[in-house]
Design a protein around this ligand. Structure first.
Ligand SMILES: Cc1cc2nc3c(=O)[nH]c(=O)nc-3n(C[C@H](O)[C@H](O)[C@H](O)COP(=O)(O)OP(=O)(O)OC[C@H]3O[C@@H](n4cnc5c(N)ncnc54)[C@H](O)[C@@H]3O)c2cc1C
Length: 434
């Protein structure tokens, strides 16, 4: 092995950049290779018609502690970078739940009991369900689907459709009949059971590349690290003195490599390495779920009743008013998460459905000046019960895996990605002191 620590990171998404920041912070030489022209991966800025968009509207929770901490570490300001809303779930005209300013978990119980749009009996069942989960510390004896768990706890159809299903799809990007109940409970545990602020919803005012990865690249650069964009890694080659990375621009050898790419790219890069057969097989079992975002540019005076609200039994699951969030007046975003019949429509047909829904629900009769549909077909892994996600450590000494799909409590989220990157950086640091 090469004597000194010197780390190569493949991929400049949230996982890779989190690892790079944690290494640079400790003065460990780090080089990030990103194949795209820009950093951010599945959470990146996109410009369309001179308008700054994201590849998809994202939302963070107050309990995403490590992501929020790192954003501040690299120069962000959580108060300015986000519109912060207390926990609320509004399905326009159908259901409304808002958490009052009470300590957790009373804020949730009060929100459930006072929710509008469900009979008292249903609200009581929801509150009892939450108390039962809390009593078991949000742990199940065995994993099962979310639909199975809801049935076991007598959550009736209205409750499922208006509360648990939208929540599960938003958190896990997986339909309730396929989604892991245990992973959902991890999110509920972290968001709902400790501090009230943990359940706050944070909507970014800046694009997702600017929010963290670009600032992280500056931070790494100021500490002697390097971040190369348009510089994809073509091969990972184990050597006697470390691990070599081959790019179109040349080759370099590192003491450690953190492979922080999506599952599909990871299998391609890892397959030629015989020791990694079982990791590759494990990654190949992961299935994926899409997220579609429809951006619509209306005249500046068009606005929604809230910065974020849901629709019940419509194509548009969640609507975001970018005017109220980031001052982009008249720009609306409709998010459609997980698999569904929307995938059978062309982008034009889908946009027309959303336009019709906005007209019918809010009386927005003017047509938008333009729309842009961004379909991320492999947005996240399908978060099924008892999923065997590959650990960060691999059978090849010095090679680590980061990314939202690697082992951890969280579904495919920014926080899951960041935690995996921090874990990899921690393993490298341990090597130094071990
Ligand atoms: C539309 C959408 C909406 C989402 N909404 C939310 C949300 O509201 N909240 C939330 O928490 N999460 C959300 N997510 C999930 C979140 O974006 C991801 O979990 C997270 O961004 C994954 O980060 P990552 O670093 O693991 O992977 P990626 O972001 O996929 O990063 C991998 C990087 O590797 C690069 N790369 C690929 N091949 C190579 C190569 N050969 N060499 C070098 N670099 C390479 C890629 O270009 C990419 O930059 C959403 C995702 C999508 C797509």
């Amino acid at each position: 092995m090469v004597q000194e620590l010197n780390v190569g990171v493949i991929g400049g998404g949230y996982a890779g950049m989190a690892a790079a920041v944690a290494l640079a912070e400790r003065g460990i030489p780090v080089t990030v290779f990103e194949s795209a022209k820009q950093l951010g991966g599945r959470a990146r800025g996109v410009v369309h018609q001179d308008t700054q968009l994201d590849n998809g509207q994202h939302l963070l929770l107050g309990c995403y502690r490590q992501t929020l901490r790192l954003i501040e570490q690299v120069g962000g300001n959580i108060g300015q970078d986000f519109l912060r809303l207390p926990l609320q779930l509004d399905l326009h005209g159908e259901f409304s739940l808002r958490a009052p300013r009470l300590p957790a978990p009373l804020h949730l119980l009060a929100a459930l009991l006072n929710a509008r749009g469900l009979p008292f009996n249903a609200r009581l069942k929801a509150a009892r369900f939450m108390l039962a989960l809390r009593r078991n510390n949000f742990r199940l004896d065995g994993d099962m689907t979310v639909a199975g768990l809801l049935a076991q706890h007598g959550q009736d159809a209205g409750l499922v459709q208006k509360l648990w299903e939208p929540l599960c799809i938003a958190a896990l990007n997986t339909p309730i009949h396929k989604a892991s109940a245990q992973v959902l409970l991890h999110v509920l545990r972290d968001a709902l059971s400790q501090s009230r602020a943990d359940s706050d919803m944070l909507l970014p005012r800046v694009d997702f590349a600017a929010l963290f990865p670009q600032r992280a690249a500056n931070y790494v650069g100021q500490r002697g690290g390097k971040v190369f964009t348009s510089c994809g890694v073509e091969a990972i080659i184990p050597k006697d003195d470390g691990i070599e990375l081959a790019t179109a621009q040349g080759r370099a050898t590192f003491s450690h490599v953190i492979c922080a790419v999506s599952p599909a790219v990871a299998t391609k890069l890892l397959r030629p390495i015989a020791q990694l057969d079982s990791a590759v097989a494990q990654i190949e079992t992961l299935q994926h779920q899409p997220i579609y975002t429809v951006y619509l540019r209306y005249p500046a005076h068009v606005r929604l009743p809230h910065p974020m609200l849901g629709l019940h039994r419509r194509f548009s699951q969640w609507l975001f008013d970018k005017g109220q969030i980031s001052g982009q007046h008249g720009l609306l975003a409709a998010v459609i998460s997980a698999e569904g019949i929307h995938q059978e429509l062309s982008q034009e047909e889908l946009a027309q459905k959303v336009i019709a829904e906005l007209r019918e629900e809010f009386g927005i009769i003017e047509p938008p000046e333009w729309f842009k549909v961004i379909a991320e077909k492999r947005a996240t892994f399908c978060c099924a019960p008892d999923l065997h996600r590959p650990p960060q450590q691999t059978a090849l000494p010095g090679l680590l895996l980061a990314g939202d799909y690697t082992a951890g409590d969280y579904p495919a989220t920014l926080e899951g990605a960041v935690l995996s990157g921090l874990r990899c950086a921690g393993s490298v640091r341990q090597h130094r002191f071990g």
